[in-house]
Design a protein around this ligand. Sequence first.
Ligand SMILES: C[S@@+](CC[C@H](N)C(=O)[O-])C[C@H]1O[C@@H](n2cnc3c(N)ncnc32)[C@H](O)[C@@H]1O
Length: 268
Amino acid sequence: MIRGVRRKLLACLCGAGLCLSVACAKSPDRTKGDPGLKGPPINEAPERRAETVHPRQLERTAMVDRQLAGRDLVDPRVLSAMKRVPRHRFVPRPIRHRAYDDTPLPIGQGQTISQPYIVGLMTELIRPHSRAKVLDIGTGSGYQAAVAAEIVDHVYGIDIVCELADDASKRLAELGYRNTTITCGDGYMGWPEHAPFDAIIVAAAPKEVPPALLAQLKPGGRLVIPIGTRHQELRLYVKGADGSVSVQHVAPVRFVPFVRNAGEREAR
Ligand SMILES: C[S@@+](CC[C@H](N)C(=O)[O-])C[C@H]1O[C@@H](n2cnc3c(N)ncnc32)[C@H](O)[C@@H]1O
């Protein structure tokens, strides 16, 4: 009996991202005909219920199961954050039908929203936790910031393209994120007013790691950043308690270039 209950609970916990809030929490009450519950009737198909409560939840769950957990991502906080964030809201309307595809997509201004797997990987690499303060450089659509904001205490975001920074800021506010602060500017110098950070995520590739970013990491802090021009690699820098910095070479990647002054490529 207890084993049966446990298995049921586990299946529930391991299922779709909305499972905890919808299937586990509300379904039992619905069967008792709880008049206080809003939403579609209990005899409606589960898929329809999911779509009604959380638009495109099934696609999001499939994205996480196949593209993230189906590869090598394991951090449950990251996987469930990415099941919650409505990626389609960060993509221009004409291509929203592709929002959960296994690919980067254009977001305007010649920029892209990164492939879901890369967002998951970078978030997992910073080892996010609920008290962390994170700097997100190259905020773009705001999607990476939203994923991090689901887990950490506060995300500070910078994008050098002011239209993108403004749109991201409005979008995050509309979606109810109260723990993000986005500005327009060159992220090369970091954001000294809010430093030090527990983690920094950079989504554009400079030739070398900007020294100010390492300086603005707390002891124990983690910086994930693509480095290089034609051949790029994702690197993880970790600052030790004594201030020394170690580097890990994570994977070959392809990001947009890190630009220095608006519209101008970083000097190479
Ligand atoms: C791959 S896109 C970022 C995608 C973003 N993380 C998202 O979730 O949509 C890279 C972004 O880096 C920005 N960028 C490039 N150089 C920058 C710099 N020096 N400072 C801040 N942002 C920069 C670009 O404008 C672009 O929006």
